[in-house]
Design a protein around this ligand. Structure first.
Ligand code: 8YV
Length: 313
């Protein structure tokens, strides 16, 4: 049987690679120097694109993919893919929601304890031999504190569930109030920040949320407040955050994502009240396996029934 043609934008986990290699005719775009030439000469029959939240898909490439009908992306966020443009062209987009909720929420807790209880700083303190000559500063308690969540979607709710285990009081801000959740809605993000001891950023990325966390919000969170970002770097005005951290208007930041990944501003590395992770929210063996399987299932479902399983457009 003739195999369908697929263009793969960037490297993927081995489960996806092996599946693609045995079931499809694959063009590995990132291995080619002249991308446009490769699209023009080798991808005219490609019905599917396989990509990820990280590698995305450039709109200008779509004109060189006349047979394209489906995009299967590794990751729940799709801010690096223009879903509207795909919809306009009648191309389906599938992503990998839900299978990573718990993992990302666990990462948020790791950041909360890592920064809030000073775990990362304390580790440095011991390794650098400071324990024999100095006292580690007292940190603030986590239990019973006020936690704000920007973006109470499925991952936001998994974060809230974990925070109830710490007896935290929880409020959230979304574009609109969510029905059927036991947490209080705060219509103003600034009010939420003012109220919160910890503010978790868990909304979508892209233009609608660009720099939602600005100087005013960080100042409202305050000198004792902790900002935790596990969504997208673009939601936070990074320059304003650095200034707020430097002059003590913001207590601390725990970040898994950055505005210009994988580049992290030098100024952040110099701050003791900051914990940094290289975008590992969903990075466990089990979760990446489930995400890979969903990429495959989305493609399979499309070729079998004409619709991806987890459909964005
Ligand atoms: C990505 C993510 O999957 O799911 C998302 O939106 O940001 C991550 O889990 C990972 O960076 C690979 O692109």
């Amino acid at each position: 049987m003739k195999k369908n043609h697929v263009v793969q934008i960037g490297p993927a986990p081995s489960l996806i690679n092996e599946y693609l290699a045995s079931n499809y005719e694959v063009v590995k775009l990132w291995e080619h120097e002249d991308i446009v030439q490769t699209l023009k000469t080798r991808c005219q029959e490609c019905v599917a694109v396989v990509t990820s939240a990280k590698y995305g898909l450039k709109n200008e490439w779509l004109d060189f993919l006349p047979a394209l009908k489906v995009v299967s992306s590794f990751g729940v966020g799709y801010d690096s893919i223009d879903a509207q443009e795909l919809g306009r062209r009648g191309i389906q987009l599938g992503n990998t929601p839900d299978v990573l909720n718990d993992c990302v929420a666990d990462t948020a807790m790791a950041l909360l304890l890592g920064a809030g209880r000073g775990l990362v700083r304390a580790d440095r303190f011991v390794r650098e031999g400071q324990w024999t000559r100095a006292e580690f500063p007292l940190m603030c308690s986590i239990t019973g504190k006020k936690a704000g969540i920007l973006g109470l979607g499925n991952i936001g709710q998994a974060i809230a569930k974990r925070l109830t285990g710490f007896d935290c009081e929880i409020r959230y801000h979304n574009r609109s109030e969510k029905q059927g959740v036991p947490y209080r809605y705060e219509p103003s993000l600034k009010e939420l920040a003012t109220w919160s001891d910890f503010l978790f950023v868990m909304c979508v990325g892209g233009p609608t949320t660009y720099h939602l966390i600005n100087d005013e919000i960080m100042t409202a969170l305050g000198p004792k407040g902790l900002l935790i970002n596990v969504s997208r770097g673009t939601v936070v005005d990074e320059e304003a955050m650095i200034k707020a951290l430097q002059d003590g208007r913001l207590g601390g930041a725990a970040l898994d994502v950055f505005e210009h990944e994988p580049y992290v501003p030098e100024a952040l590395m110099e701050l003791d009240n900051v914990v940094l992770m290289p975008h590992l929210g969903s990075a466990t063996v089990e979760t990446r396996q489930r995400m890979s399987q969903r990429v495959i299932d989305n493609l399979d479902a499309f070729f079998r029934e004409g619709n991806v399983l987890s459909r964005v457009v």
